[in-house]
Each structure stands twice: as C-alpha cells, then as structure tokens.
Design a protein around this ligand. Sequence first.
Ligand SMILES: Nc1nc2c(c(=O)[nH]1)N[C@H]1C(S)=C(S)[C@@H](COP(=O)(O)O)O[C@H]1N2
Ligand SMILES: [Mo]
Length: 420
Amino acid sequence: MSDRVSRRSLIKNSTAVGLGVMASDAFCSAGETPKSLSGPVNQETCLTQAEDFFTVARGNPKPHTLKGEDLIKAGMTPESWRLEISVDPKDDPPVVRQNATAEKQLSKGDDTALDYQSLIKLGNKKSVKLIKAIQCLNIDRPLGQGLWEGVALRDVLKLCGRIKNVRRIFFWGYHNNKPEQRFQSSLSYTQAVDSAFGDPPVFLAYRLNGKPISPLRGGPVRMIVPWAYGFKSIKWLQNIVLSNDPRANDTYSNQNNDPDSPIKTAAYLDKNAAEKFKSKQAGQFSGVVISGLSGVSKIQFLVRKVDNKDIKLPYDHPDIFKGNWQTGRIVQPLADWESILPRDVQPSELIGFDSLLGQPESWPLRYGMANWTADVGKLKPGLYEFRVRSIDRNGFAQPEPRPLQKSGRNAVPIHFFEVV
Ligand SMILES: Nc1nc2c(c(=O)[nH]1)N[C@H]1C(S)=C(S)[C@@H](COP(=O)(O)O)O[C@H]1N2
Ligand SMILES: [Mo]
C-alpha cells in the first residue's frame, strides 16, 4: 500500500514538472530524447491533469471564468446544478408531423429538474468509466486525455418514462442569456441510447481523473460523446431536448463542419519537435496517435532529404505515399494501471479493458490516445523532412479514407529539420 502511495505521489509530481516545462504539450509528451522514455515523466500515466487540457470554450464571459455567487447563479456548482429535459414543441411538415412526447419532463419550474446528488446516485448504481481523449475537429492535436466517469444518457432518459416520436436529442450547456451564445450539439435517438458491443455509450460525466469535474473542464456535469469530436461533448450541460426533427442542429455545423464525424484515427507530431540534430546524434521524434472509428494498427514515419522547405509534396504524391515508411513505436504507459487509476476504480471496470486481466484490450484505447516515438537514427548533414502517419485497422494510411479537413483535422504532419 505504501508503495502504491509513494508511486502515486511520484506520478503526480513528475506530471506537474513535465507539464510545466512544456505547457504546449499537455498530453503525456514523450519528450525529445530517448532518456525521458525511462525517466519519471508524465508519460507514466498517459492521463492529462484536468487543468492541463487545452481549452476550447465560447462565451462572453466564458462560463468557466465565473466565480462565487455568479457561478452559483449559473448553476455551475454541484449544489446549484440542475438538468432540464423537455420535448421540442415545434412541428415542420413534411419532416416533422408529430411532436415528440414524454411521460415526464424535468423542469426547474416545477422543481422536477435532476440535481447533482440524484445523478451521483444513478452513477453509484451503474456508471460508465472510460479513458478518452478530447479532440477538436479543427485543431491538429488532441486536447488531453482523462478518465471520465458518469451515467449513460440512456439511463438518464429513463427518468422521462415512456417517450414517443423521438428521432433526435439535442443539448446545450450554460451560457449567458444571449441566444447567439448557445453552443448546442445533437445526436440521433439511436446514437444517444445504443452502442456497438464493447463500445462506450454516450454519458453524462461528473468525475474526471477521480475528482469532481471543475468548471474549466465543463463541470459539474459534462456530456461525453465518446466517438465524436469535442464539439459534441457539451460542457456545463444543463438542457436536453427530445425532438422528432431528425436533422442535425449542432451549432458547429454553422462553421462548415461535418456534425456527424466520428474521430479519425491519426498521428500528430509534438509541437516542440527538434529542428536541428548533430550528425553524431541519434535523432528522435515523438507525438501522439489517437484511435478513432477505425482503430490503430501502427504508426509509420518517413524521413526524406530535401533541397528546401518551399516544396511540400502532397500526401498522395507517389514519392510520399509509396515512400520508404518505417514503423515507429507506440508507447505503453509505464506505470501499472492500479497506480494510475483513482483508488476506488478498478482497471477491470473500465470500458475497453479486459474484465479478467484488467488490461487494455487495445493500445491506444478506442477513442483514446498514446504516445509514439520514431527513431530516425544518425543522419548525414543536410536538410530533411519528417512525416508521420497512422495506419488504421482497415489498412488505411492517414489521411485516407477521409482527407477532407472538415471531417477532422488529420493531415499528415510535415516537419523540416537540419542535421549539422
Ligand atoms: N458549452 C460548451 N461546450 C463545449 C464547447 C463550448 O464552447 N461550450 N466547446 C466544444 C469544443 S468545440 C471542444 S473541442 C471541446 C473542448 O473541450 P475542453 O475545453 O475540455 O478541452 O468542448 C466542447 N464543449
Ligand atoms: Mo472543437
């Protein structure tokens, strides 16, 4: 036990130090040198501390900046938090002829809205525990990875009794009262309540890395849509609407984004990648790979000598696509799962973990990420280009089969470096 405690504090400290050094690499960065691979760096846990995620938030003021009385008024403390569930009264023939109905609606007006303690009670009966990365569709790197715990949306919707004519469910979080500040996402009924066997369901999260979710990370309650890009995982969740309008009505579609895009399997290069190596030095690059819809088979990297930085051949140019790609290494977390997880969470309870062995069934976990490293070895002096790509379990090389950026930013990273 004491071993476990000291291990735990070691991880905590080393994570803080590691992240402090590279604020821009919030997720278990592998660092630049092979030495860090065995050292006590934050890749021990492969989790990101709540405050070290990159934050993508709208609003004026941004809800997570509220303090004191304002935070309470916003319903953003565990005591003041309420969730309303209502039916959409709008019809719109010919698409919507009948409106959705529910036996019960939950509203603040008649004091039937769900409160935090009742949500926790549901979670104590049956909870979802999932290690998942958050990734923005429009940012070329994941924002962080955490252990999220909460209650499946399908279990929360049961509070409404029998529902009818529901084809879509949309939801939004606290925002100031200007309607244009509402940030809303939506799911089809099936996406909201069903899940492929072995896949995590959509859930209302109330814990991150074993602690209540802070306002910064979208607490006290945040939607987590495991397969989707970040915009579906609505922070400061307070409203759910059952609708018979089957059309996606996500705020994010207004910015030309595909609102139904599952996360694309893709590798990303650390932003602090070295720009210079000595010819006597063995070069290494690192980054993360996220496992999306199609899983990860491996990561590959390509090193090419180039004449200048002005020409970037497209990913599907034969010299690139069929170039001399080598297989990189996907890094396993160094710490054991018992010491990574909060004390009251067993590895075998996590979705994507073998319930007998308590080990991940795949690494990276589905909708999670892992570090990779690429050893480029010793090179002759000159200018080089480095690229990295994932190969998914369907055999597709990134960004195939969906090179369109508005389905997820997954272009193959291109990085120039010099050997002197
Ligand atoms: N209420 C609300 N939820 C939101 C957003 C927002 O602006 N408001 N941004 C979304 C987007 S676009 C992303 S990528 C993720 C980012 O999550 P993070 O800030 O926890 O990293 O939150 C999503 N949830
Ligand atoms: Mo986003």
